[in-house]
Design a protein around this ligand. Structure first.
Ligand code: NDP
Length: 293
């Protein structure tokens, strides 16, 4: 029987730990963490993610500021906003919700963020520190995955971990972190992508599969071996007229079938998604400690 990796519960446990630590911090006269989120345009998924992040801040007693900018915001205007946030001593960390409208260069924007406030861990300086195993802000989704593996004591040491998808925000950093020489890492990592040949055979050899490609039901039961650990990062909106909002959320895994062969599996929703929020909050508290030294 598979153990369900309950990201919703673990995320709430972490948030409660953060709430207590924040309360004690504030009682000692220290600064209350303050996260800012910049949202450009009106992409519905981005709006949902940002709203969840702001709500989580409230739950743990952080201050939060949501900066909503219209779709027509120019790159220059966004850069000015970032400069203000970089220089504002009240803001400990901030995120710019991706994706940005097509006319804005994401790389340029990420590089403009002060690395000490880069709680998404996307700045090249922080990515470099992650690669070298130095203290840094780890990107929220990969860090959330490490945290859930730790809390459920999933053995990763010497295991063959296959990662599907090589995006800069999930697959690529995940491949580095699972290969680091400390727990939860020490796995032998295979990073796969759309050009990979024999993906099915590679997956059949995997002890752990972490999939982040954005294709519903892509990973099927015939692709995995008995006892596999499945981390499903995908969030796909599948049209569904029986739902009030007109769609349902599905991961990248054929959950109902793959669960029968798994030892551990994350559901969607309620798996990796809530963990991403928890690790953003952890990074924000760490940024507050770092910046108030
Ligand atoms: P991207 O769209 O940036 O990248 C997708 C990756 O999947 C690429 O590396 C691509 O390969 C690879 N890919 C696409 N098709 C195949 C295939 N048939 N076989 C193997 N690899 C394939 O993805 P993201 O990482 O941004 O997002 C992936 C999913 O994760 C989405 O559903 C997203 O919503 C979700 N997500 C969830 C988060 C959470 O908190 N739970 C956070 C972030 C993302 P190539 O490089 O060759 O093009």
């Amino acid at each position: 029987m598979a153990v369900i990796l309950d990201g919703k519960k673990v995320s709430l446990d972490i948030q409660e730990e953060l709430r207590i630590e924040t309360k004690e911090r504030v009682e000692r006269g220290r600064k209350k963490p303050h996260l800012a989120a910049v949202l450009v345009g009106d992409d519905p998924a981005s709006q949902t993610y940002v709203a969840a992040k702001v709500k989580a801040c409230e739950r743990v007693g952080f201050d939060s500021t949501l900066i909503k900018l219209p779709e027509i915001t120019t790159e220059k205007e966004l850069m000015e906003e970032i400069k203000l946030l970089n220089e504002n001593p009240k803001i400990d960390g901030f995120i710019v919700q991706l994706p940005l409208p097509k006319h804005i260069n994401e790389e340029k924007v990420i590089q403009a963020i002060n690395p000490k406030k880069d709680v998404d861990g996307f700045h090249p300086q922080n990515v470099g520190r992650m690669v070298l195993g130095l203290p840094t802000f780890l990107p929220a989704t990969p860090n959330g995955i490490l945290e859930i593996l730790k809390r459920y004591k999933v053995n990763t040491i010497g295991k063959h971990c296959v990662i599907i998808g090589r995006s800069h925000i999930v697959g690529l950093p995940m491949s580095i972190l699972m290969g680091q020489n400390y727990y939860p890492g020490n796995s032998t990592v295979t990073l796969t992508h759309s050009r990979t040949k024999n993906l099915k055979e590679i997956c059949q050899e995997a002890d752990i599969i972490i999939i982040a490609i954005g294709k519903p039901n892509f990973l099927t039961a015939d692709m995995v071996k008995e006892g596999v650990v499945i981390i499903d990062v995908g969030i796909n909106r599948v049209p569904d007229e029986t739902k009030k909002r007109g769609y349902r959320l599905e991961g990248d895994v054929d959950y109902n079938e793959v669960i029968k062969k798994s030892s551990f599996i994350t559901p969607v929703p309620g798996g990796v998604g809530p963990m991403t929020i928890a690790s953003l909050l952890i990074n924000t508290l760490n940024a507050t400690k770092l910046n108030s030294k």
